[in-house]
Design a binder for this molecule. Structure first.
Ligand code: NAD
Length: 361
């Protein structure tokens, strides 16, 4: 099959890590008989330099016309770069908001995987993490408290701030479907997280998720309150497969889940919408402090490309092959500087990409 991928390297380490992900995709193409055609697009600071805005409408249209989008990272040194003298809606990160909105992406997936080989980086006790863990936080991205009406008023001389949390059943149903679809590709367990003992929006969430679960009889559904979930992630992360939750809870839980893996350069992410087209990017930023030095860990971006194969193109065994190659490289003791440990072999960005390609064979 032929796939048209919009590639947005972005700023900082973005171009370096995206180049390695392309190398890996190209090798997958050779092994499995696919052709990946890339269209490079500008977004972030590099787009501000070229066009005066972080994302042009033409670039957004080109991304929409692709089969999927692979992004490095955008942004510069917030304290030093001139990009941050611009008004907030003209800064590099405004491009991210515009593209997520423009592509109508409402589901965000952040895997929290602790590779056995990197268990030393995990802040949890060994007896909790032995054998590693592998779960996903699926977060609703366009509704809830962050998008509700808000205002600050004065009542009897006292300032009062009001934020509103709304979800309608359609918003819940579409994200729930993604949760179950993703679980079908994994260990077939969904833990739906809410605050149904207090919030009406959570009670509706629970009802609709239960309804949707009827369409997926193979998937086991459990419900958990968000406060308990925050504890369970550090107490027993191995119990989870897919955590399905609303926007604000997902924002907090996905950061907690990233933290327990202990290695920012390893974490991919995906944002999905109604169509197969998704936006795949590492969870970290553009790391301007190490840009251009061949130090960045490309694994989060390579694993993001694997997610693209799995979720946008349904290329399951190709995605598995990339993940297995990454595991093998780690097993052989190769490490970029962010995950370096005693007795391991330090590699740069390019060498890490080459090694993953080598172990794909
Ligand atoms: P960051 O994630 O870029 O970096 C935090 C620390 O982790 C730095 O020390 C960096 O060197 C290190 N690091 C990050 N990724 C790494 C990798 N792949 N390999 C090795 N080390 C890595 O976060 P920050 O410093 O807060 O932000 C830098 C810029 O990135 C800012 O402009 C910020 O707005 C932007 N940002 C962009 C995105 C995105 O594009 N989605 C996300 C977060 C931050």
């Amino acid at each position: 099959m032929d796939y048209k991928i919009a590639v947005i390297p972005g700023d900082g380490i973005g171009p370096e890590i995206v180049a390695e992900a392309k190398k890996v995709l190209d090798k997958i193409g050779v092994i499995y008989g696919h052709s990946f055609e890339y269209q490079e697009l500008l977004m972030g600071g590099c787009s501000i330099d070229a066009y005066g805005v972080p994302l042009t409408d033409e670039t957004l249209e080109a991304a929409k016309a692709s089969d999927s989008v692979l992004l490095g990272a955008v942004g510069g040194d917030v304290g030093k770069s001139d990009w941050y003298k611009l008004p907030p809606d003209k800064r590099p990160e405004a491009g991210l908001l515009k593209i997520r909105k423009g592509l109508e992406l409402y589901a965000n997936i952040r895997p929290a995987v602790l590779f056995d080989e990197l268990s030393g980086a995990c802040p949890l006790k060994e007896e909790i993490t032995e054998g590693g863990f592998d779960f996903i936080v699926m977060r609703e991205l366009t509704g809830g408290l962050y998008f509700g009406e808000r205002k600050t008023i004065e009542e009897n001389g006292v300032l009062k701030a009001i934020d509103t949390l709304t979800y309608d059943e359609n918003e819940i149903r579409r994200i729930a479907k993604w949760g179950f679809e993703v679980a079908m590709k994994r260990n077939k367990k969904v833990c739906s997280v809410d605050k149904a003992n207090v919030l009406d929006s959570s009670r509706l969430w629970r009802k609709i998720v239960k309804e949707v679960s009827g369409e997926y009889p193979e998937v086991e559904l459990t419900d958990m309150l968000v406060d308990n979930c925050a504890m369970q992630i550090v107490r027993d992360p191995k119990q989870f497969d897919v955590i399905l939750t609303e926007n604000m809870f997902g924002d907090i839980l996905s950061d907690e889940a990233s933290m327990v893996t202990g290695s920012i350069g390893m974490l991919p992410s995906a944002s999905l919408g109604a169509a197969k087209l998704g936006l795949y990017e590492p969870s970290h930023g553009s790391a301007p402090d190490i840009a251009g030095q061949d130090k960045a860990n490309p694994i989060a971006t390579v694993l993001s490309a694997a997610m693209m194969l799995r979720y946008s193109f349904d290329l399951e065994k190709e995605a598995d092959a990339i993940e297995a190659a990454v595991k093998q490289v780690l097993k052989e003791g190769y490490r970029t500087v962010d995950i370096m440990d005693k007795g391991k072999t330090l590699t740069g960005t390019k060498q890490m990409g080459d090694l993953i390609v080598k172990y794909l064979a």
